[in-house]
Design a binder for this molecule. Structure first.
Ligand code: SAM
Ligand code: SF4
Length: 441
C-alpha cells in the first residue's frame, strides 16, 4: 500500500481542497498516515496570500530535505505551487510534483507519472473552465461540511495574489451543489458552509440560472440541513436579496462576513476594491435593518501603500460605526505580480505594526461590549467538541460565536456525547472572543 501525508496551510478553501485531494488519493489506492515521517509521498497544500504564509512552506520543505535521500517523494500543491511554478524545483530540488488548484482534476494522471519515475511533474495551467468536483471527498468534520460553489476570482484587488494563483471564476451548476447538499444531509451532516473567493458572483452555468441568493435559499431548504453559512462575500457584488433570504429562511445563519479592507474611500480606490465607504455602509445598513440579528465580521488590511494617518483614522471610525462582531486584521504584505507592488510610498513595518495594534485594541473593546450584551440570552448551539481541561462543551451559535457551556448532569466521561447536537444555552459570561453559559435543555 502506498502511503501519503498532507499538511494544509491557509484558508478554508485550501482546507476543503485538501479534503478533496485526500479523497482522490484514497481513490487511487493510497492510504493516509498521520506524520510526514511515516509517509512515502508528502504533500504540502500551500498558501501565498501573505509573505509569512509562503515562507512557512519553504521552511517546511527545508526541514524535510534530507528525507528525499530516504526514498520520500515531495509534492507542493496550491497557491505557492501556482505562483512559483517550476522555480520550486530550483529552490527545493527534492520536490517532484508542483500543482496549482486549477489542475487538481489531473492529479490521478500526475500520480501515475510519479509512480513511473518522473521526477518533474507539473500541473500549472490556469486556462480551465472546470471546477474540482469529486464524490470521493474525505471530510474531517462529521457534522459540518464545506461545499465549493465557485472557484477562482475575476476581481483584481491591487494587493491580492488570488487571481494569479486560482485562476478565473468558474461556478458549479446549482444542480451539482444541491445534489451534494442532499447527499451530505443523508449522511448525517446538518451544517453546510458554501465556499468561494467571491460567492456573491456565483452564476449558475446551467439553464436554471440561479444567482447566489437563490442557491443559498435552496441549500437552506434541503431536508436535514439546519444551518447554512457562506464565505467570502465581496461588497461590490453583495445584493440585498441575500439579506432577504436570511430573513425568510431560518436555516440560513445569522452571520455575514463582508471584508471591507479599509474605511477610507481613497485607499479603497487605490486597492481597486470597486466600492466606496458609503456603498459599503449601505450594505451594512441592510443587515442592521434585517428582522434577524445578523452578526457582521470583516477583514481589514493596515499599511497599504500610501495609507495616511487620516486614512487609518477613517478605518478606526468605521469599526466604531459598524461595531463588528469580530475582524481578521492584517499588515499589508507585498505580493508578486500584484499591481500594488509598483506603488511608491510603502509604509514602514514598525508603522504597520503600530496601526495593527491600535486597530486590534479598538476592536477588542468593541467585542467586549457586544458580547456582554448576550449575557442572559438563550442561544441555540451546535455542539462541536468537549474540553477535557475545563469540563466544558464547546458550542457555536448561529452568529458564529463560540459558546462554552457546562451541563452539570452529563459529560463526555459519563458517556453522553453531545457533539453534533443542537442545544439551548443560557449565556452567563462574556469575553472578547467567546461566550460562556449553561445548557438549559
Ligand atoms: N476573497 C476574499 C475577499 O475578497 O475578501 C478573501 C481573500 S484572502 C484569502 C483573505 C484576506 O486576506 C483578504 O480579505 C485580505 O484582508 C487579506 N489579504 C489578501 N492579500 C493580502 C496582502 N497582500 N496583504 C495583507 N493581507 C492580505
Ligand atoms: Fe483577492 Fe479581491 Fe479576489 Fe478577494 S476579491 S480573492 S481580495 S482579488
Amino acid at each position: 500500500m502506498k502511503t501519503f501525508y498532507i499538511e494544509t496551510f491557509g484558508c478554508q478553501m485550501n482546507a476543503h481542497d485538501s479534503e478533496k485531494v485526500i479523497g482522490t488519493l484514497i481513490g487511487q489506492g493510497y492510504s493516509q498516515v498521520g506524520t510526514a515521517e511515516e509517509a512515502e509521498l508528502v504533500f504540502y497544500n500551500t498558501c501565498s496570500i501573505r509573505d509569512k504564509a509562503e515562507q512557512k512552506v519553504f521552511h517546511r520543505l527545508q526541514q524535510f530535505k534530507k528525507e528525499h535521500g530516504r526514498g520520500k517523494t515531495f509534492a507542493v500543491l496550491g497557491c505557492v505551487a501556482q505562483q512559483e511554478g517550476e522555480r520550486i524545483f530550483e529552490k527545493a530540488p527534492h520536490v517532484s510534483l508542483v500543482c496549482g488548484s486549477a489542475s487538481y482534476n489531473q492529479l490521478p494522471a500526475m500520480l501515475v507519472q510519479l509512480e513511473t519515475g518522473n521526477r518533474r511533474v507539473t500541473g500549472l495551467s490556469l486556462d480551465t473552465e472546470d471546477t474540482f468536483d469529486t464524490p470521493l471527498t474525505r471530510r474531517d468534520n462529521p457534522h459540518r461540511a464545506y461545499i465549493t460553489i465557485i472557484e477562482g476570482c475575476d476581481k483584481s484587488c491591487a494587493y491580492c495574489v488570488v487571481p494569479f494563483t486560482r485562476g478565473p471564476e468558474r461556478s458549479r451548476t446549482s444542480a451539482s451543489v444541491l445534489a451534494e447538499a442532499r447527499t451530505l444531509a443523508d449522511a448525517g451532516y446538518s451544517e453546510i458552509q458554501l465556499l468561494g473567493q467571491n460567492v456573491n458572483s456565483y452564476r449558475d452555468p446551467s439553464p436554471a440560472g440561479r444567482d447566489f441568493a437563490m442557491l443559498l435559499d435552496n441549500v437552506g431548504r434541503v431536508a436535514g440541513i439546519r444551518r447554512v453559512r457562506f464565505t467570502t462575500s465581496h461588497p461590490r457584488d453583495f445584493r440585498k436579496s441575500i439579506i432577504d433570504a436570511i430573513d425568510s429562511n431560518p436555516a440560513l445563519c445569522n452571520h455575514v462576513h463582508l471584508p471591507v479592507q479599509s474605511g477610507s474611500s481613497r485607499v479603497l480606490d487605490a486597492m481597486q476594491r470597486l466600492y466606496t465607504r458609503e456603498e459599503y455602509m449601505r450594505r451594512i445598513e441592510w443587515m442592521k435593518a434585517a428582522r434577524r440579528p445578523i452578526a457582521i465580521t470583516t477583514d481589514v488590511i493596515v499599511g497599504f501603500p500610501g495609507e495616511t494617518e487620516a486614512d487609518f483614522e477613517a478605518t478606526l471610525a468605521l469599526l466604531d460605526e459598524v461595531e463588528y462582531d469580530s475582524i481578521f486584521s492584517f499588515k499589508y504584505s507585498r505580493r508578486p505580480n500584484t499591481p500594488a507592488l509598483a506603488l511608491d510610498d510603502q509604509i514602514p513595518e514598525e508603522e504597520k505594526s503600530r496601526r495593527l495594534t491600535i486597530l486590534q485594541e479598538k476592536q477588542r473593546a468593541i467585542q467586549i461590549r457586544r458580547n456582554g450584551a448576550y449575557v442572559g440570552a438563550v442561544e441555540e448551539c451546535m455542539v462541536e467538541g468537549f474540553n477535557t481541561a475545563t469540563g466544558q462543551w464547546i458550542g457555536r451559535t448561529s452568529q458564529n460565536k463560540t459558546l462554552n457551556f457546562l451541563r452539570p448532569d452529563s459529560s463526555l466521561v459519563s458517556g453522553e456525547d453531545l457533539r453534533g447536537r443542537y442545544v439551548d444555552v443560557r449565556v452567563t459570561r462574556a469575553g472578547p472572543n467567546s461566550l460562556a453559559g449553561e445548557c438549559i435543555q
